[in-house]
Design a protein around this ligand. Structure first.
Ligand code: MRU
Length: 353
């Protein structure tokens, strides 16, 4: 048994002696290694380069990025401190565009730092570290609440198709869609997972399959284009995915390929559920068409790990996310409970004035 498969709980992010340590998700499942960050610029680069990924984990990392930068400049004048922290906000906000948790977390950190310009930077820096830790701990609790709410709709014996990675690696812990699966298993339900490999970055094959094996939850890996065939054969009971941003009308931005699964689920009358915290809901965008979709490099599609299989010069389109219209979503699992057939009225009701 390798050191990796003996690993206990997955600690995707850890705050150690004033540093942020991140599991390097690019190396999984071959190697479990941590990358250490001491500045906001390093955290922004870790987000950009996919060391850390998954909407809630990106938000937590960005919060720690602000705290790191505040700490680095705590002995400077207040004006220098403010300028450095402002630059950190800018860099972190530019790291990835789609997951709204990033911007949500930065707003929280801005509120925590406050407008107290006359205050000693050391006090502001200490407060920002506390705020980042609080945000991290709250994400874990939120995921457990999502898990409890969603597990009620997962029947004993369910064969659950999931896409991308929505587990401990994508959050502060427990996970969103995978958190629901963990919670259902913890309730004594026999759950099996069908993980789609999630081309082109293979979060399903590399990360979800690894997490499920760690947890001893039965998992079967399929290519993305096998999903329809299995549904037609009656081998999938429900689809359960996460979200990177949910619009006010309930449209869901999630990993590319999610929309295809939602259409297939509708065709086969299989429930299609989305598990996400309220921090993934962006009521400032009316519908999915206003959600920015990240376009990633052609190299992710033309090959993998240094092997190129597509011909030189081929044109590539590589959007990292797609939009699933709200009317294909059977239910949204949140920390405030289950929203069946989400629409604008039900989404807005989650945020009382
Ligand atoms: O590009 P990634 O790996 O950051 O994309 C992640 C996803 O699409 C997840 O499904 C989503 O963030 C939900 S994670 C709890």
């Amino acid at each position: 048994m390798s050191a990796l498969s003996e690993a206990a709980a997955v600690e995707t992010l850890r705050w150690r002696d004033g540093r942020l340590e991140l599991i390097d998700q690019r190396a999984l499942p071959s190697r479990l290694e941590y990358v250490s960050c001491t500045s906001a610029a390093e955290v922004a680069e870790a987000i950009r380069s996919m060391v850390v990924r998954g909407a809630p984990a990106i938000g937590c990392a960005a919060a720690f990025g602000v705290a790191l930068e505040a700490q680095r400049h705590a002995n400077r004048s207040r004006a220098e401190f403010d300028a450095a922290v402002e630059l950190a906000f800018k860099n972190l906000a530019a790291s990835r565009p789609t997951a709204v948790n990033l911007f949500w977390a930065l707003e929280r950190m801005r509120a925590a730092l406050g407008p107290k310009a006359e205050e000693d930077p050391k006090a502001a820096a200490a407060r920002s570290a506390e705020a980042a830790l609080a945000l991290f701990k709250a994400d874990l609790e939120t995921n457990r609440a999502i898990g409890r709410a969603g597990a009620a709709l997962v029947p004993d014996g369910a064969r659950v198709l999931t896409h991308c990675n929505t587990g401990s690696l994508a959050t502060a812990g427990h996970g969103t869609a995978l958190g629901v699966i963990r919670s259902a298993r913890d309730q004594g339900k026999r759950i099996s997972v069908i993980a789609s490999e999630t081309r082109p970055y293979l979060q399903g094959a590399r990360l979800t399959a690894w997490e499920m094996i760690q947890e001893k939850i039965p998992v079967t890996l399929i290519t993305d284009n096998t999903a329809g065939h299995l549904m037609r054969l009656g081998k999938i009971d429900l689809v359960l995915v996460g979200a990177d941003r949910i619009a006010a009308n309930g449209d869901v931005a999630n990993k590319i390929g999610t929309y295809t699964l939602a259409v297939l689920a509708e065709r086969h009358r299989i429930p299609f559920y989305v598990a996400a915290p309220l921090s993934s809901i962006d009521t400032s965008v009316a519908d999915g068409s206003a959600i920015p979709i990240e376009e990633r490099s052609a190299a992710e599609v033309t090959g993998y790990a240094g092997v190129q299989w597509a011909p030189e010069g081929v044109s590539v389109v590589n959007p990292a996310f797609d939009i699933t219209p709200a009317d294909l979503v059977s239910g949204l699992f949140t920390e405030k409970g289950v929203v069946t057939r989400p629409d604008e009225r039900k989404i807005r009701a989650l945020f009382p004035a």
